[in-house]
Design a protein around this ligand. Structure first.
Ligand SMILES: [Zn+2]
Length: 376
Protein backbone atom coordinates (compact mmCIF):
# COMPACT_ATOMS: atom_id res chain seq x y z
CA UNK A 1 0.00 0.00 0.00
CA UNK A 2 1.29 3.40 -0.84
CA UNK A 3 1.26 6.28 1.57
CA UNK A 4 -1.70 8.63 1.14
CA UNK A 5 -0.69 11.70 -0.78
CA UNK A 6 -0.46 14.56 1.63
CA UNK A 7 -1.82 17.87 0.45
CA UNK A 8 1.26 19.20 -1.25
CA UNK A 9 0.04 22.77 -1.59
CA UNK A 10 2.44 25.03 0.23
CA UNK A 11 1.02 26.68 3.34
CA UNK A 12 2.22 30.02 2.01
CA UNK A 13 1.55 30.51 -1.67
CA UNK A 14 2.43 34.16 -2.02
CA UNK A 15 5.59 36.15 -2.20
CA UNK A 16 7.13 36.36 1.27
CA UNK A 17 9.39 39.10 0.02
CA UNK A 18 6.53 41.52 -0.47
CA UNK A 19 5.15 41.12 3.05
CA UNK A 20 5.79 44.29 5.06
CA UNK A 21 8.49 43.54 7.62
CA UNK A 22 10.05 45.13 10.65
CA UNK A 23 13.75 44.62 11.33
CA UNK A 24 14.93 45.37 14.87
CA UNK A 25 18.27 43.57 15.01
CA UNK A 26 20.51 44.14 12.02
CA UNK A 27 24.16 45.28 12.28
CA UNK A 28 25.37 47.96 9.86
CA UNK A 29 28.84 46.38 9.67
CA UNK A 30 27.26 42.98 8.99
CA UNK A 31 25.14 43.98 6.02
CA UNK A 32 27.43 45.34 3.32
CA UNK A 33 27.29 44.39 -0.34
CA UNK A 34 30.44 42.47 -1.37
CA UNK A 35 30.91 44.69 -4.45
CA UNK A 36 30.82 47.77 -2.25
CA UNK A 37 33.41 46.33 0.13
CA UNK A 38 35.71 45.76 -2.85
CA UNK A 39 35.32 49.30 -4.17
CA UNK A 40 35.71 50.95 -0.79
CA UNK A 41 38.71 48.75 0.10
CA UNK A 42 40.44 49.79 -3.09
CA UNK A 43 39.85 53.44 -2.29
CA UNK A 44 41.41 53.17 1.18
CA UNK A 45 44.12 50.62 0.29
CA UNK A 46 42.74 47.76 2.38
CA UNK A 47 43.59 44.20 1.32
CA UNK A 48 40.72 41.69 1.10
CA UNK A 49 40.67 37.87 0.91
CA UNK A 50 39.21 38.23 -2.61
CA UNK A 51 38.40 41.02 -5.04
CA UNK A 52 35.70 39.08 -6.82
CA UNK A 53 32.24 39.93 -5.42
CA UNK A 54 30.90 36.38 -5.63
CA UNK A 55 34.01 34.81 -4.11
CA UNK A 56 34.16 37.47 -1.41
CA UNK A 57 30.51 36.90 -0.49
CA UNK A 58 31.25 33.20 -0.22
CA UNK A 59 34.32 33.87 1.92
CA UNK A 60 32.16 35.82 4.38
CA UNK A 61 29.57 33.08 4.62
CA UNK A 62 32.15 30.31 4.93
CA UNK A 63 34.07 32.16 7.62
CA UNK A 64 30.89 32.76 9.58
CA UNK A 65 29.99 29.09 9.24
CA UNK A 66 33.42 27.73 10.06
CA UNK A 67 32.73 27.25 13.75
CA UNK A 68 35.87 29.25 14.47
CA UNK A 69 35.23 32.41 16.43
CA UNK A 70 38.53 33.84 15.20
CA UNK A 71 37.47 33.46 11.57
CA UNK A 72 34.02 34.81 12.35
CA UNK A 73 35.46 37.94 13.97
CA UNK A 74 37.92 38.39 11.10
CA UNK A 75 34.98 39.06 8.79
CA UNK A 76 34.19 42.23 10.73
CA UNK A 77 37.81 43.41 10.44
CA UNK A 78 37.20 43.79 6.71
CA UNK A 79 33.80 45.46 6.86
CA UNK A 80 34.81 47.84 9.64
CA UNK A 81 38.03 48.70 7.75
CA UNK A 82 36.09 50.14 4.81
CA UNK A 83 33.75 52.12 7.08
CA UNK A 84 36.25 54.64 8.47
CA UNK A 85 35.45 57.66 6.34
CA UNK A 86 32.41 59.82 5.79
CA UNK A 87 32.17 58.46 2.27
CA UNK A 88 32.39 54.82 3.39
CA UNK A 89 29.84 55.17 6.20
CA UNK A 90 27.48 57.17 4.01
CA UNK A 91 27.50 54.66 1.18
CA UNK A 92 27.17 51.60 3.40
CA UNK A 93 24.26 53.17 5.32
CA UNK A 94 22.49 54.25 2.12
CA UNK A 95 22.75 50.82 0.51
CA UNK A 96 21.75 49.16 3.76
CA UNK A 97 18.41 50.98 3.64
CA UNK A 98 17.91 50.18 -0.05
CA UNK A 99 18.60 46.49 0.62
CA UNK A 100 16.15 46.43 3.54
CA UNK A 101 13.46 48.00 1.37
CA UNK A 102 14.14 45.45 -1.39
CA UNK A 103 13.48 42.79 1.22
CA UNK A 104 10.08 44.26 2.12
CA UNK A 105 11.24 45.95 5.32
CA UNK A 106 9.13 49.03 6.05
CA UNK A 107 10.72 49.91 9.38
CA UNK A 108 14.28 49.10 10.41
CA UNK A 109 16.50 49.84 13.37
CA UNK A 110 20.15 49.78 12.33
CA UNK A 111 22.74 49.12 15.02
CA UNK A 112 26.42 49.89 14.92
CA UNK A 113 29.24 50.98 17.22
CA UNK A 114 30.60 54.45 16.33
CA UNK A 115 33.70 53.88 18.49
CA UNK A 116 34.92 51.34 15.90
CA UNK A 117 34.90 53.88 13.10
CA UNK A 118 37.37 56.52 14.27
CA UNK A 119 40.58 55.09 12.78
CA UNK A 120 40.84 57.71 10.03
CA UNK A 121 40.10 60.74 12.15
CA UNK A 122 36.31 60.98 12.30
CA UNK A 123 34.90 62.08 15.65
CA UNK A 124 32.07 60.10 17.24
CA UNK A 125 29.58 62.79 16.26
CA UNK A 126 30.88 62.99 12.70
CA UNK A 127 30.56 59.23 12.35
CA UNK A 128 26.95 59.27 13.57
CA UNK A 129 26.17 62.16 11.22
CA UNK A 130 27.73 60.34 8.24
CA UNK A 131 25.59 57.28 8.91
CA UNK A 132 22.49 59.41 9.41
CA UNK A 133 23.07 61.20 6.10
CA UNK A 134 23.48 57.83 4.39
CA UNK A 135 20.33 56.45 5.98
CA UNK A 136 18.35 59.51 4.91
CA UNK A 137 19.73 59.28 1.37
CA UNK A 138 18.67 55.63 1.35
CA UNK A 139 15.15 56.50 2.50
CA UNK A 140 14.98 59.12 -0.26
CA UNK A 141 16.21 56.71 -2.93
CA UNK A 142 13.67 54.12 -1.80
CA UNK A 143 10.95 56.78 -1.97
CA UNK A 144 11.98 57.71 -5.50
CA UNK A 145 11.60 54.06 -6.40
CA UNK A 146 7.98 54.17 -5.23
CA UNK A 147 8.39 52.42 -1.88
CA UNK A 148 8.45 53.62 1.69
CA UNK A 149 10.76 52.82 4.54
CA UNK A 150 11.57 54.38 7.90
CA UNK A 151 14.82 53.75 9.77
CA UNK A 152 16.47 54.66 13.05
CA UNK A 153 19.92 54.20 14.57
CA UNK A 154 20.69 52.06 17.60
CA UNK A 155 23.92 53.52 18.94
CA UNK A 156 26.02 50.68 20.27
CA UNK A 157 28.90 50.50 22.74
CA UNK A 158 31.40 47.62 22.58
CA UNK A 159 31.19 45.65 25.81
CA UNK A 160 34.90 44.73 26.00
CA UNK A 161 35.83 48.43 25.72
CA UNK A 162 35.37 51.15 28.25
CA UNK A 163 33.45 53.91 26.48
CA UNK A 164 29.92 53.15 27.64
CA UNK A 165 29.26 56.50 29.26
CA UNK A 166 30.65 58.43 26.30
CA UNK A 167 28.56 56.40 23.85
CA UNK A 168 25.43 56.75 25.97
CA UNK A 169 25.91 60.53 25.93
CA UNK A 170 26.49 60.40 22.16
CA UNK A 171 23.22 58.52 21.69
CA UNK A 172 21.24 60.97 23.79
CA UNK A 173 22.87 63.88 21.96
CA UNK A 174 21.53 62.49 18.67
CA UNK A 175 18.09 61.50 19.94
CA UNK A 176 16.28 63.97 17.72
CA UNK A 177 18.68 63.44 14.86
CA UNK A 178 18.19 59.78 14.07
CA UNK A 179 19.22 57.86 17.21
CA UNK A 180 16.30 55.86 18.59
CA UNK A 181 18.00 53.58 21.10
CA UNK A 182 21.18 52.23 22.71
CA UNK A 183 22.76 48.77 22.76
CA UNK A 184 25.89 47.00 23.90
CA UNK A 185 27.46 44.38 21.62
CA UNK A 186 30.57 42.25 21.22
CA UNK A 187 31.88 39.53 23.54
CA UNK A 188 29.00 38.73 25.89
CA UNK A 189 30.58 36.00 27.96
CA UNK A 190 32.59 37.60 30.77
CA UNK A 191 31.32 41.10 30.03
CA UNK A 192 28.09 41.52 31.95
CA UNK A 193 25.88 44.56 31.32
CA UNK A 194 26.63 45.54 34.93
CA UNK A 195 30.01 46.82 33.65
CA UNK A 196 28.02 49.62 32.02
CA UNK A 197 25.71 50.25 34.97
CA UNK A 198 26.49 53.97 35.12
CA UNK A 199 25.90 54.44 31.40
CA UNK A 200 22.56 52.64 31.61
CA UNK A 201 21.60 54.77 34.62
CA UNK A 202 22.44 57.87 32.62
CA UNK A 203 20.24 56.63 29.76
CA UNK A 204 17.37 55.84 32.14
CA UNK A 205 17.66 59.29 33.68
CA UNK A 206 17.35 60.72 30.19
CA UNK A 207 14.44 58.42 29.35
CA UNK A 208 16.38 56.94 26.46
CA UNK A 209 15.56 53.31 25.58
CA UNK A 210 18.02 50.42 25.54
CA UNK A 211 18.07 46.98 24.02
CA UNK A 212 20.88 44.75 25.24
CA UNK A 213 22.58 41.77 23.58
CA UNK A 214 22.05 39.04 26.19
CA UNK A 215 21.31 35.34 26.25
CA UNK A 216 23.32 34.58 23.10
CA UNK A 217 26.88 33.63 24.11
CA UNK A 218 26.04 33.68 27.82
CA UNK A 219 23.08 32.53 29.84
CA UNK A 220 20.67 33.61 32.54
CA UNK A 221 23.09 35.72 34.55
CA UNK A 222 23.71 37.90 31.51
CA UNK A 223 19.97 38.24 30.82
CA UNK A 224 19.30 39.14 34.45
CA UNK A 225 21.99 41.81 34.32
CA UNK A 226 20.58 43.18 31.05
CA UNK A 227 17.22 43.66 32.73
CA UNK A 228 18.43 44.90 36.12
CA UNK A 229 21.57 46.86 35.26
CA UNK A 230 20.73 47.62 31.63
CA UNK A 231 17.01 48.28 32.19
CA UNK A 232 16.65 46.58 28.80
CA UNK A 233 13.30 47.06 27.13
CA UNK A 234 14.27 44.37 24.62
CA UNK A 235 16.84 41.58 24.55
CA UNK A 236 19.24 41.11 21.63
CA UNK A 237 18.64 37.39 20.95
CA UNK A 238 17.65 36.49 24.52
CA UNK A 239 17.24 32.96 23.24
CA UNK A 240 18.95 31.33 26.21
CA UNK A 241 16.04 32.42 28.41
CA UNK A 242 14.78 28.98 27.39
CA UNK A 243 17.28 27.62 29.94
CA UNK A 244 14.90 28.96 32.59
CA UNK A 245 11.98 26.91 31.28
CA UNK A 246 11.45 23.33 32.35
CA UNK A 247 9.50 21.07 30.04
CA UNK A 248 8.48 17.62 31.22
CA UNK A 249 7.27 15.12 28.65
CA UNK A 250 4.54 12.65 29.45
CA UNK A 251 5.33 8.97 28.93
CA UNK A 252 8.62 9.87 27.28
CA UNK A 253 6.70 10.89 24.18
CA UNK A 254 8.51 13.97 23.03
CA UNK A 255 5.79 15.10 20.70
CA UNK A 256 3.31 15.66 23.51
CA UNK A 257 4.37 18.47 25.76
CA UNK A 258 3.38 17.88 29.33
CA UNK A 259 4.13 20.25 32.12
CA UNK A 260 5.89 23.53 31.36
CA UNK A 261 7.33 25.43 34.30
CA UNK A 262 8.75 28.91 33.97
CA UNK A 263 11.34 30.26 36.40
CA UNK A 264 11.06 33.75 37.86
CA UNK A 265 13.29 35.29 35.18
CA UNK A 266 11.52 33.73 32.20
CA UNK A 267 8.14 34.55 33.77
CA UNK A 268 9.18 38.16 34.11
CA UNK A 269 10.25 38.36 30.47
CA UNK A 270 7.12 36.67 29.18
CA UNK A 271 4.63 38.39 31.46
CA UNK A 272 6.12 41.85 30.96
CA UNK A 273 6.26 41.32 27.19
CA UNK A 274 10.00 42.03 26.94
CA UNK A 275 10.72 41.48 23.25
CA UNK A 276 13.24 38.86 22.18
CA UNK A 277 15.17 39.84 19.05
CA UNK A 278 15.60 36.31 17.71
CA UNK A 279 17.95 35.76 14.76
CA UNK A 280 17.41 32.11 13.75
CA UNK A 281 20.25 31.52 11.26
CA UNK A 282 22.78 33.52 13.23
CA UNK A 283 21.86 31.68 16.44
CA UNK A 284 22.55 28.40 14.68
CA UNK A 285 25.88 29.61 13.27
CA UNK A 286 27.28 31.09 16.47
CA UNK A 287 26.27 28.13 18.62
CA UNK A 288 23.82 30.21 20.69
CA UNK A 289 21.28 27.39 20.49
CA UNK A 290 23.76 24.48 20.63
CA UNK A 291 22.51 23.62 24.13
CA UNK A 292 19.05 22.83 22.77
CA UNK A 293 19.93 20.45 19.92
CA UNK A 294 21.59 20.32 16.52
CA UNK A 295 19.57 21.85 13.71
CA UNK A 296 17.33 24.84 13.26
CA UNK A 297 14.37 22.67 14.32
CA UNK A 298 15.88 22.63 17.81
CA UNK A 299 15.70 26.43 18.03
CA UNK A 300 13.64 27.29 21.12
CA UNK A 301 11.98 30.19 19.29
CA UNK A 302 8.95 28.07 18.48
CA UNK A 303 8.47 26.98 22.10
CA UNK A 304 8.94 30.58 23.27
CA UNK A 305 6.43 31.79 20.68
CA UNK A 306 3.88 29.10 21.59
CA UNK A 307 4.28 29.97 25.28
CA UNK A 308 3.41 33.58 24.57
CA UNK A 309 6.81 35.23 24.69
CA UNK A 310 7.16 38.41 22.67
CA UNK A 311 9.21 36.87 19.84
CA UNK A 312 10.46 38.99 16.94
CA UNK A 313 12.43 37.67 13.95
CA UNK A 314 15.62 39.31 12.70
CA UNK A 315 18.71 38.76 10.57
CA UNK A 316 21.66 39.97 12.75
CA UNK A 317 24.33 40.01 10.00
CA UNK A 318 22.92 39.58 6.52
CA UNK A 319 26.30 39.39 4.80
CA UNK A 320 27.90 36.86 7.16
CA UNK A 321 24.82 34.66 7.42
CA UNK A 322 23.95 35.09 3.73
CA UNK A 323 20.33 35.75 4.63
CA UNK A 324 17.55 38.30 4.29
CA UNK A 325 14.53 38.68 6.56
CA UNK A 326 12.54 37.02 3.79
CA UNK A 327 14.87 34.02 4.04
CA UNK A 328 14.38 33.87 7.79
CA UNK A 329 10.59 33.92 7.36
CA UNK A 330 10.90 31.20 4.74
CA UNK A 331 12.98 29.14 7.17
CA UNK A 332 10.25 29.40 9.82
CA UNK A 333 7.56 28.41 7.35
CA UNK A 334 9.63 25.38 6.32
CA UNK A 335 10.75 24.38 9.81
CA UNK A 336 7.78 25.14 12.01
CA UNK A 337 4.92 25.24 9.49
CA UNK A 338 4.18 28.85 10.27
CA UNK A 339 1.32 30.34 8.32
CA UNK A 340 0.29 33.86 7.46
CA UNK A 341 -1.22 34.47 10.90
CA UNK A 342 2.06 33.53 12.56
CA UNK A 343 4.11 35.80 10.30
CA UNK A 344 1.68 38.64 10.95
CA UNK A 345 1.90 38.13 14.70
CA UNK A 346 5.71 38.04 14.64
CA UNK A 347 5.76 41.20 12.52
CA UNK A 348 3.30 43.03 14.77
CA UNK A 349 5.39 41.98 17.79
CA UNK A 350 8.36 43.71 16.17
CA UNK A 351 6.38 46.83 15.25
CA UNK A 352 5.08 47.16 18.79
CA UNK A 353 8.53 46.55 20.30
CA UNK A 354 10.13 49.19 18.08
CA UNK A 355 11.49 52.35 19.68
CA UNK A 356 9.12 54.52 17.62
CA UNK A 357 6.90 57.11 19.31
CA UNK A 358 3.35 55.83 19.91
CA UNK A 359 1.63 57.61 17.01
CA UNK A 360 4.18 56.33 14.51
CA UNK A 361 4.02 52.86 16.02
CA UNK A 362 0.25 52.81 15.64
CA UNK A 363 0.54 53.94 12.03
CA UNK A 364 3.06 51.15 11.37
CA UNK A 365 0.81 48.54 12.97
CA UNK A 366 -2.12 49.75 10.88
CA UNK A 367 -0.04 49.66 7.70
CA UNK A 368 1.04 46.06 8.37
CA UNK A 369 -2.47 44.92 9.26
CA UNK A 370 -3.87 46.53 6.11
CA UNK A 371 -1.22 44.95 3.90
CA UNK A 372 -1.92 41.49 5.31
CA UNK A 373 -5.69 42.01 5.05
CA UNK A 374 -5.28 42.91 1.38
CA UNK A 375 -3.53 39.63 0.65
CA UNK A 376 -6.98 38.12 0.47
ZN1 LIG B 1 23.63 41.19 17.17
Amino acid sequence: MTEPIVDAAPAIDFDLKNLPKVSLHDHLDGGLRPATIIELAEAVGHTLPSTDPVALGEWFRESANSGSLVRYLETFDHTVAVMQTHEGLFRVAKEFVEDLADDGVVYGEVRWAPEQHLQKGLSLDEAVEAVQEGLEAGVEAVGEGGREIQVGQLITAMRHADRGQEIAELAVRHRNKGAVGFDIAGAEDGFLPSRFRDAFTYLAQHNFPATVHAGEAAGLESIQSALVDGRALRLGHGVRIAEDIMVEFEDDAEDTVGLVTLGDLSSWIRDRGIALEICPSSNLQTGAIAGFGEGIESHPLDMLYQLGFNVTINTDNRLMSGVTLTDEFDLLVETFDYDLDDLLELTLNAAEASFLPLEEKEALVEYINDAYANLG
